[in-house]
Design a protein around this ligand. Structure first.
Ligand code: NIG
Ligand code: FE
Length: 424
């Protein structure tokens, strides 16, 4: 299987010497090739560069059966990587959205049993097959908007059976998905009503009953905790994440989203692969992150949707951190998995430049789920997951033209993606 893409106005985010991520000032580097071609063999990028008639002859001679794709003067981007979603869920929460419009806060809604516990009740009542079909539909939507790798969390089950149900849905999605999926166990998303007033009992239950089962079935790559007031403290987060490590799961954290709760300190102490949200991160937190390998992930969709303050994105870049962007696709705080919108929002809300935002949503978000060796840029040997835009005047046109889907053609694993193929 060999594919030649030619007539490309610009190949964006190319790498001659691939890096794991870009930090600080390096986030302004966005290498491109004008008038480009990409030669793909067996799903991997074999060669790319400036197009010429000689190149075309060479490739046609070497690969006489090659399929050819005319990019029609569009730009090629590496697929977005979405390192943080909760896209397996049941039902929807627009009634809470309306309550927040009328003045209630996310915390008010949670305090009366809504929020995550609302989704948990809905999920427990929904059969596995239905959950799978709904999530599969959402997976199709994000693929259509240019995502080429995604992380999906559990965390709406909050019991052995329902957490395993969610993780099995994610495993099934992995089996049928054309894009790479990483699974995260988020049992510590909230304390379920059966353990009300007994948080330490719930943590014991997660560690003793759920984790061994999850490891036995190989259901999760990462373990995550919602480190937040009224959810899990810094100390509890460390305990859960260390137990997760012993059960083969790498740590991640929801940190400093609604208040400063010590999630970054916990993440750095546990060598988390990422800490996510960070609206309430302090200068000291940024210094801690600078000395670590933990990736800070910003989720502007959730921040905007909940009306939260901006995270210190510019300070993070100035501190030399490898800032990543993701969607947080979930029914409560961000009912969108559209990474184009997240890139636009980062430019608009955080004043990230298009170069910084594109790095954040590709190579840095790939690093936040351990995929930067294979995803997040156009580089020889990487997976041929990319999208082609219509003819646009510059790469900055993508975040500028916010709210529009400029993803015209999608190539995944070196094949032109057809949506019939992934519907079961
Ligand atoms: O990332 N912060 C915690 N978890 C989700 C929201 C989950 C929900 O409200 O259902 C988030 O924002
Ligand atoms: Fe989240």
């Amino acid at each position: 299987m060999s594919l030649l893409i030619y007539n490309i106005r610009k190949i964006v985010q190319t790498e001659q010497n691939p890096v794991d991520f870009r930090r600080g000032e390096e986030m302004s580097i966005l290498d491109c090739v004008d008038n480009g071609y990409i030669w793909i063999i067996e799903g991997r990028i074999h060669e790319f560069g400036t197009f010429s008639p000689e190149i075309l002859n060479k490739i046609r001679n070497l690969a006489p059966d090659i399929d050819e794709l005319d990019a029609e003067d569009g730009m090629v981007f590496p697929s977005w990587v979405d390192s943080h979603t909760h896209m397996v869920y049941a039902g929807s929460r627009e009634a809470e959205f309306v309550d927040r419009i009328k003045g209630l806060s996310y915390q008010d809604i949670a305090a009366r049993g809504g929020g995550i516990l609302n989704s948990a009740q809905l999920l427990r009542d929904t059969p596995e097959e239905q959950l799978f079909q709904d999530a599969f539909q959402r997976l199709n939507e994000i693929v259509r908007s240019g995502t080429g790798a995604v992380e999906i969390k559990s965390g709406y089950g909050l019991s052995l059976d329902s957490e395993l149900k969610m993780l099995r849905v994610i495993r099934r999605l992995k089996e049928v998905s054309p894009i790479e999926i990483k699974a995260t166990f988020l049992g510590a998303h909230a304390v379920p009503k059966e353990f009300s007033g007994n948080k330490s009992g719930y943590i014991d239950y997660l560690i003793e009953e759920l984790m061994p089962k999850i490891e036995e079935e190989g259901l999760a790559d990462f373990c995550d905790v919602f480190c937040e007031q009224n959810y899990f403290t810094k100390e509890e987060s460390i305990r859960i994440l260390e137990a997760g490590k012993r059960n083969g799961m790498q740590p991640k954290l929801h940190a400093e989203q609604l208040s400063h709760s010590g999630g970054i300190e916990a993440g750095v102490q546990c060598a988390a692969i990422s800490v996510d949200h960070l609206e309430f991160a302090t200068d000291n937190d940024l210094q801690l992150l600078r000395k670590s390998d933990t990736i800070p992930v910003l989720l502007p969709g959730a921040q905007l949707f909940l009306g939260l303050q901006n995270p210190p994105a510019r300070k993070m870049i100035q501190a030399g951190l490898p800032v990543a962007l993701s969607s947080d696709f979930n029914p409560g705080s961000c009912p969108s998995g559209n990474m184009n919108q997240m890139v636009s929002l980062a430019c608009i809300l955080y004043k990230m430049t298009p170069e910084e935002a594109i790095n954040a949503a590709t190579i840095n978000s790939a690093a936040a789920i351990g995929l930067s060796a294979t995803h997040g840029s156009i580089a020889v040997g990487k997976k041929a997951n990319l999208f082609i835009t219509p003819p646009v005047p510059s790469y900055s046109f993508l975040p500028y033209y916010f709210g529009q889907n400029l993803v015209r053609t999608i190539v995944l694993n070196g094949m032109i993606h057809s949506f019939d193929k992934i519907s079961e």
